[in-house]
Design a protein around this ligand. Structure first.
Ligand code: NAP
Length: 571
């Protein structure tokens, strides 16, 4: 009875280390790990011990007998991988991974800027060293970055990485400084003089422009903002998401996982989202939505689609359960029937302009070889001018989309631009505008300054990809500590809360976050939901400050070497 990796695989590779027979690949360090869409278990090698399922933070691994009908394709996908990549060596990776030790035992303090997955995986790596304590700063009063505000609400399995992050937060030496914006409330120089090293894990928060006329019309929104909106990100709660257009149609531009996420959220029965952590007001807008059809425009073909196979399998699973309809418009090209993506798409009906949308179900149209050339409307979006494309191979072998000049108008009330994230410039750090990243050598910007996550490698991979990314960065940081090339702090970081308070910043710590978390869960439980997110910063602060006045709070995440008085003053 082999175990099987399924849709929510986050690629953090905990399972790889846990496997006693080394039958989960690609493993970190193997050539295809960086580009793999998920990890795979070799059914011929699996000894059915379940260690991988126990290690998996997102419950993505199951015995094959427990797969649902919608998950059945993963059985074949796991096995097929080994037909191409046999990975014959079955020597366990390591029952206990080797633990590096620092040469000196002097106390080391590290600041991590950004409390998303990359930041917390970096903190986890650093805190394996008893000499190290870590302060994690974030501009929001709540941590967990895109796991809280980016992962789609119907993907609650993926959000389970928050359980792992909660364990990291409990490690001795861990401290949060939440609600602190570096560059506004405190400068990079002020961090540098207080810490042996600063690791920047600030992600890629901007979105790429489409560069077509009309993209700034009201009703043309970036999908990254819309994802933040329905996920309760405080920055996006005022976003005008109008789902009332009489056209009943939304056009999503882009063919990645974000495009599939927003298309699903816009078409699923809102009752299926009700029990999730979708934000309250957006849920009401979704529940009253007039949307009947979401057209996803991919400028290239299915073989080049940026969405991953596990997400496509998940979408087809929803169709098989009768939860929504998905039709495929190949733009006249044949289906790549010999590929796993082609085989999944072959399970879906082809688009037929004559077939109306089923009144009982909304539908997604996956339309390939089509790109927008203009967003049209008098005062707001009314249509998209869509151009058919053809594929051309460049001299470098890359397959590009080229416009054919053949266009049509697609009426719609909303355009969502899901063409990828882009990193913003980070105050006082070098910046490569082409990639939106901070240039680094495997995470080292210079001794004492490091990057991990999307700000280092660009917006790619999955939640767990940040684990190996952070490990690589922390390795460089430890190298520099051992080599003595970092500058020891000249000031005590324990004065930071007081400094910030003197600037009117209310700094939230772990207990404050726990109070917000508990309140959200309490409110959610009262209405049969996972949590009811608090979306307003001031309310988050009120909830945290009120909890401070309650019964004595357990002291957690205490700094290893000194705690100092925590001074707080509400703004
Ligand atoms: P992405 O994977 O880079 O996809 C961007 C898409 O936009 C591509 O299809 C790209 O087409 C298209 N595009 C770019 N510029 C365009 C233009 N000017 N006109 C038309 N189309 C254009 O970006 P993403 O979807 O934002 O995802 C970012 C990362 O987050 C990815 O690693 C993704 O896997 C991850 N993510 C994962 C999940 C999940 O696991 N469930 C969910 C969300 C995000 P070309 O390929 O032709 O350039």
């Amino acid at each position: 009875m082999p175990y099987v990796v399924t849709q929510s695989c986050c690629s953090d590779a905990s399972c790889v280390v846990a496997c006693p027979v080394n039958c989960i690949h690609p493993a970190p360090g193997e050539p295809d790990f960086a580009t793999a869409e998920m990890l795979y278990i070799d059914p011929a090698g699996c000894v059915d011990c379940g260690a991988c399922a126990t290690a998996c933070p997102v419950d993505a691994i199951k015995p094959h007998t427990l797969l649902t009908a919608a998950e059945q394709p993963f059985l074949g996908l796991n096995a097929e991988y080994y037909q191409v990549f046999p990975h014959a060596d079955r020597t366990p990776v390591a029952v206990v991974p080797p633990q590096r030790r620092l040469r000196s035992d002097r106390p080391v303090r590290v600041a991590v800027v950004g409390a998303g997955p990359a930041g917390l995986y970096a903190a986890d790596e650093l805190l394996k060293h008893p000499e190290v304590s870590v302060d994690v700063l974030d501009r929001l009063p709540t941590p967990h970055g895109l796991v809280r505000a980016g992962v789609a609400p119907d993907h609650q399995h993926t959000k389970q990485t928050q359980r792992l992050f909660a364990q990291v937060e409990e490690l001795p030496g861990f401290r949060y400084l939440l609600g602190v914006e570096v560059g506004r409330d405190v400068t990079r120089a002020e961090l540098d003089e207080r810490y042996d090293a600063v690791v920047w894990t600030v992600g890629a928060s901007a979105d790429k422009p489409l560069r077509v006329p009309g993209e700034d019309l009201p009703g043309s929104l970036s999908a990254t903002e819309v994802v933040g909106w329905y996920n309760g990100h405080p920055d996006h709660q005022d976003l005008a998401v109008d789902l009332s257009s009489a056209t009943g149609r939304v056009v999503v531009v882009g063919n990645g996982n974000v495009a599939l996420d927003v298309a699903r959220v816009m078409t699923l029965d809102p009752q299926l989202l009700r029990g999730t952590d979708v934000a309250g007001l957006p849920w009401t807008v979704l529940a009253q939505s007039a949307v009947r059809e979401v057209v996803v425009l991919g400028r290239r073909g299915p073989a080049q689609a940026a969405f991953t196979l596990p997400e496509l399998v998940g979408l087809v699973g929803l169709v098989e359960q009768g939860l929504l309809d998905v039709v495929v418009d190949l733009g006249g090209e044949p289906l790549p029937a010999d590929t796993p993506v082609g085989r999944m798409l072959a399970l879906l009906p082809g688009y037929d302009a004559g077939v109306p949308v089923d009144p009982a179900r909304r539908r997604v149209v996956l339309r390939f070889l089509a790109q927008p050339v203009a967003v049209l409307g008098e005062t707001r979006v009314e249509a998209v001018e869509v151009e058919r494309t053809r594929l051309v191979a460049g001299a470098d072998g890359a397959v590009r989309a080229e416009g054919t000049g053949e266009t049509e108008l697609l009426e719609c009330g909303l355009v969502l631009r899901a063409v990828g994230y882009h990193g913003r410039e980070v105050t006082d750090l070098p910046y490569d505008p082409a990639t939106g990243t901070v240039p680094s050598d495997h995470g080292r910007v210079e001794p004492g300054t490091y990057v991990a996550g999307w700000v280092k490698r660009g917006p790619s991979g999955f939640i767990g990809t940040n684990k190996s990314c952070a490990q690589e960065t922390v390795d460089r940081l430890l190298d520099d500590l051992d080599a003595g090339t970092t500058s020891p702090p000249t000031r005590d970081a324990d004065d930071l809360p007081a400094l910030l308070a003197s600037r009117g910043v209310t700094v939230l710590d772990l207990a404050d976050w726990r109070a917000i978390d508990a309140e959200e869960r309490r409110r959610g439980a009262a209405s049969g939901r996972v949590r009811a997110k608090i979306v307003d910063r001031e309310e988050m602060l009120r909830v945290a400050v009120a909890a401070r006045r309650g019964p004595a709070r357990p002291e957690r995440g205490r700094a290893r070497y000194s705690s100092g008085p925590r001074v707080r003053s509400p703004r």
